[in-house]
Design a protein around this ligand. Sequence first.
Ligand code: ACO
Length: 322
Amino acid sequence: MTYSRIVGTGRYLPERIVTNADLEKIVDTSDEWIRTRTGVERRHVVAEDETTSDMCVEAAKTAIKDAGIDFADIDLVITGTTSPDLIFPNVSTLIQHRLGIPACTAFSLEAACTGFIYALTLADKFIRLGDAKCALVIGAECITKLMDWSDRNTCVLFGDGAGAVIVKPSDEPGIMSCHLGADGQYRDLLYYPVGASNQLAKAGTDEAAIQMTGSEVFKVAVKTLGGIAAETLEKAGIDKSELDWLIPHQANIRIIQATAKRLDLPMEKVILTVQDHGNTSAASVPMALDVGIRDGRVEKGQLILMEAFGGGFTWGSVLMRL
Ligand code: ACO
């Protein structure tokens, strides 16, 4: 049986850092409020002329080098993002062309903060079915471009970035269990009010910005993430005590703590980047994975649970051995 396995990782963060102190000058907030309610201390923000594909290309180059493969080896590119450069062509085709990857299957998907988990789950299926031999999977977001910088309910939360992984076939897992979910009944709790077939005229105006009922999102996120973590472990026949690392979506330190508690995991076994990156939506999990691997904490052979929750709502998790 063929499994899929992550063999390289990379991340890119924009140069500009916005601290909580910087935000105190823009909206009625405080460093203390932001830290205690969210865990965020600073976030990276794209330059005006910087795009999602710019960030993806840099993260992908690092992941390709880390995996020791050639650009020409890649035959599948999947990007999870809600902030693509264009409505079409999809951002994966832009990345494929810019990196000189030969013509291949390349598409993007939109599942808000769960975008990378959805993308990795699809790549796993392509590889296990023998339909791809080497996948570039990316989670990336220029989410600050969708934000109203005068809305303190949202502008303190988000940041930009891109995380990339290379996935290849393997005789041993690798990815052991994937679990995806979505329920559109919650669409009004977290959304961006402009799309290609709806309200496009509002794009770029004050009315077009992320809308969020934070406290309600919080409650459903805690409940759903606890449930999906348990389901994923059960599906793979793994006991929570066997986990080496939880690599969660970095939306809010309190949501992460609640998920870790339900898994009986001490916070030392959780990779945290929320303090430095903020909520980077689809980019947060692959960037946190890359941080954990590069600083030497996450090692080959270890058992890792990655999970995410986002607008829709969408949610998902992947259990894997590195
Ligand atoms: N600074 C100071 N005060 C603030 C700020 C701020 N930046 N933002 C809100 N407040 C105020 C509110 O106005 C409110 O004041 P009031 O009591 O006088 O009305 C008070 O703080 C409490 O507001 P709540 O919204 O109840 O605060 P809460 O403790 O719920 O924290 C937060 C808000 C951080 C947004 C939290 O609810 C959260 O993290 N929610 C989940 C977000 C999330 O997970 N998103 C998921 C994915 S994102 C995606 O998919 C794109």
